[in-house]
Design a protein. Structure first.
Ligand code: GAR
Length: 208
């Protein structure tokens, strides 16, 4: 059984998709050991409570230094014996020590087809604003392993989504969530939990 920690900062619709996936049996061999938010007001924390999942707020603001925050985050993951850390809209840069210790055990959902519209500054609505400004016709979402860079780790799954002429960033964001994020994030977790994902030469190979 794969122990998950889901890290969130906001609404938690991707967290909800994971919870639903586990409850419906679409994700097997995995359970959520902890939901971690850096934001005490995140609705994601309510979602966890409603489903009886342990949740905690760990924010850099609660600590005197970044090192202390990093330590607290690492201690939480270690104490829950976490096998896979899922970044589901987590707006905090992870410390290198954590990424190294949890190499190929941290995944992230990003709302574009990486390597487009990713990297520093591209998060949430900004991604969709960028895509619309450039006039792309196809966008989508990506699940990838997290390495020391920003959105540079091995890509696990991608799902394309068509851009409509009338789209606003908000409309596009919603469609990308519905048609891509809420599908490929649970799918990636299920594949990992069932031993079907391996990384070779910096690339992900999936056993279907
Ligand atoms: C999601 O769209 C996710 O892809 C994005 O934040 C949103 C969180 O929504 N993440 C990034 O932009 C990371 N660079 P949620 O809290 O409803 O799951």
């Amino acid at each position: 059984m794969l122990n998950l920690a889901v890290c969130v900062s906001g609404g938690g619709t991707n967290l909800q998709a994971i919870i639903d996936g586990i409850e419906s049996g679409a994700i097997t061999n995995a359970r959520i050991k902890a939901v971690i938010s850096n934001n005490p007001g995140a609705y994601a924390l309510e979602r966890a409570k409603k489903h009886g999942i342990a949740s905690v707020c760990i924010s850099p603001k609660q600590f005197g230094s970044r090192e202390e925050f990093n330590q607290a985050l690492l201690e939480k993951l270690d104490s829950c014996q976490v096998d896979l850390v899922v970044l589901a809209g987590f707006l905090v840069v992870l410390p290198e020590t954590l990424i190294q210790k949890y190499q190929n055990r941290v995944i992230n959902i990003h709302p574009s087809l990486i390597p487009s519209f990713c990297g520093t500054g591209y998060y949430g609505l900004k991604v969709h604003e960028g895509a619309l400004k450039r006039g792309v016709k196809v966008t989508g979402a990506t699940v990838h392993f997290v390495d020391e860079g920003t959105d540079t780790g091995p890509i696990i799954l991608q799902q394309p989504v068509m851009v409509e002429q009338e789209d606003t960033p908000e409309l596009l964001q919603r469609r990308v969530m519905e048609q891509a994020e809420w599908k490929i994030l649970p799918k990636a977790i299920d594949l990992i939990a069932n031993g079907k994902v391996r990384v070779e030469d910096g690339k992900v190979l999936i056993q279907e």
